[in-house]
Design a protein around this ligand. Sequence first.
Ligand SMILES: *[C@@H]1O[C@H](CO)[C@@H](O)[C@H](O)[C@H]1NC(C)=O
Ligand SMILES: *[C@@H]1O[C@H](CO)[C@@H](O)[C@H](O)[C@H]1NC(C)=O
Ligand SMILES: *[C@@H]1O[C@H](CO)[C@@H](O)[C@H](O)[C@H]1NC(C)=O
Ligand SMILES: *[C@@H]1O[C@H](CO)[C@@H](O)[C@H](O)[C@H]1NC(C)=O
Ligand SMILES: *[C@@H]1O[C@H](CO)[C@@H](O)[C@H](O)[C@H]1NC(C)=O
Ligand SMILES: *[C@@H]1O[C@H](CO)[C@@H](O)[C@H](O)[C@H]1NC(C)=O
Length: 482
Amino acid sequence: MEQFLKCCLIRLHKIQFLVIVLGVISIGGGVECRKARKYERLEYSAINCRSHSASITEFGGVGDGKTLNTKAFQAAVNKLSQYGSDGGAQLYVPAGKWLTGSFNLTSHFTLYLHKDAVLLASQDIASWPVIEPLASYGHGRDTAGGRYISLIFGTNLTDVVVTGENATIDGQGSLWWQQFHKKKLKFTRPYLIEIMHSDNIQISNLTFLNSPSWNIHPVYSSNIIMQGITILAPVTSPNTDGINPDSCTNTRIEDSYIVSGDDCIAVKSGWDEYGIRYGMPTKQLVIRRLTCISPYSAAIALGSEMSGGIQDVRAEDIVAINTESGVRIKTAIGRGGFVKDIYVKGMTLHTMKWVFWMTGNYGSHADNKYDKNALPVIQGINYQDVVANNVSMAGRLEGISGDPFTGVCLSNVTITMAKKAKKYPWTCNDIEGTSSGVVPMPCGLLPDQGPEKVGRMCDFPAETLAIDKVVLQRCAYTMSLH
Ligand SMILES: *[C@@H]1O[C@H](CO)[C@@H](O)[C@H](O)[C@H]1NC(C)=O
Ligand SMILES: *[C@@H]1O[C@H](CO)[C@@H](O)[C@H](O)[C@H]1NC(C)=O
Ligand SMILES: *[C@@H]1O[C@H](CO)[C@@H](O)[C@H](O)[C@H]1NC(C)=O
Ligand SMILES: *[C@@H]1O[C@H](CO)[C@@H](O)[C@H](O)[C@H]1NC(C)=O
Ligand SMILES: *[C@@H]1O[C@H](CO)[C@@H](O)[C@H](O)[C@H]1NC(C)=O
Ligand SMILES: *[C@@H]1O[C@H](CO)[C@@H](O)[C@H](O)[C@H]1NC(C)=O
């Protein structure tokens, strides 16, 4: 009877408890329910729910932390890809440690990780095929040649969800960092997730640990939601950027917590002559409710690879602690492209080297073939409602001689300097703009417009982006576990 009860309770979980009790009393022992099966109920939000579902264990997956599951993942994705035109499919990864090399995603597909599931990236270099450099970069980022494919990779897809209840994707990056420092790598290090040439993407409620390099890299893609992402890497680890939207349109990043050895979010669009030729900007990007710790880099960097252009970026409610700078612009002669219509509203910053930092001499070129006449256009950079304390320098705003950064607007900014702050809080050259209600008083290139202008001077668009209008659905599944 006990077995029967448990079984039916699980089977009837949708119905009220009272009904179940009544059912047990009135139906008695005659119901067919011979074998106790285990069920798992899932419910979560996604851009699309799926008609089909399977567990990685059905494809020979073993979550013991030792068995290599690359083939199981790829077999599962290949099999489930056949449901693309029939309501799509979910691949469920139960609790366990799932060692794997790189595998590819498919369209109309959800990868769902149980809260106690850990994807462990293989440390065997043979698990990482090498692919071509990105066309908009011309080169790998670490070395001139190809690049190791990302742990989770997708290209030319539509409607893809990677989610969990804060499950972990562990890049086990320390070996890669050592090899990188010793200059022993032949190819550029892999990322944890890269999605290329794709549309309608959701990556949510996951923790990313110790990536070999960048964590999440959507590139040449559109309509992307990233929500509830935790990214953790040692603050000294090389190039462990958090999220890098690169030549992407209509992207929303929210409710994320990132501790990393490089920029928490780095907005990009290709490198020098390769990025100019490819010509694909990142635009319509909103970042909100981000918390960042990155002592050697920025909370949000725009560039340095921005040769396809960056336009219409909105950052709201940004918290940074022990971080080098807030929303930073990095560019150089040879980059070409543009960074324009940038709107920042609401930053709370503790222990910063620079609150504001713009650099026109970032350097770091793909090769020596870059065009010395390709000047970046930096225009319309708005910051308002900023509170910062324990700051070494308020701002370092350095444009390019003969190519000033224009339309810089600072309003309602209160900066409390550190005890050991630099003598002059601001340095400015080759910039043009205005300010109001900024303490300490900014440099002469940002003349104060008076206190009555506070809250009415710097722009922030009133209308929301199309990606903000996407409403997630509640998806429910009852998984039968074998
Ligand atoms: C992420 O998790 C939070 C908290 O559990 C939940 O409110 C939210 O709907 C989830 N979002 C997605 C996109 O999975
Ligand atoms: C994954 O995609 C890449 C790039 O398209 C391709 O080179 C590789 O062969 C694919 N891997 C598998 C297992 O299909
Ligand atoms: C993927 O899409 C890009 C851009 O549309 C295209 O150039 C490329 O040929 C496509 N690749 C595949 C494998 O279909
Ligand atoms: C997710 O897990 C990480 C550690 O793995 C933890 O620091 C973080 O607080 C968790 N986030 C949520 C929303 O539970
Ligand atoms: C100035 O910024 C603070 C938060 O930093 C905000 O509470 C306040 O409303 C802003 N003032 C105006 C006039 O917008
Ligand atoms: C202020 O910043 C310095 C580093 O510049 C740091 O050592 C110190 O702990 C910070 N103080 C507080 C109160 O956060």
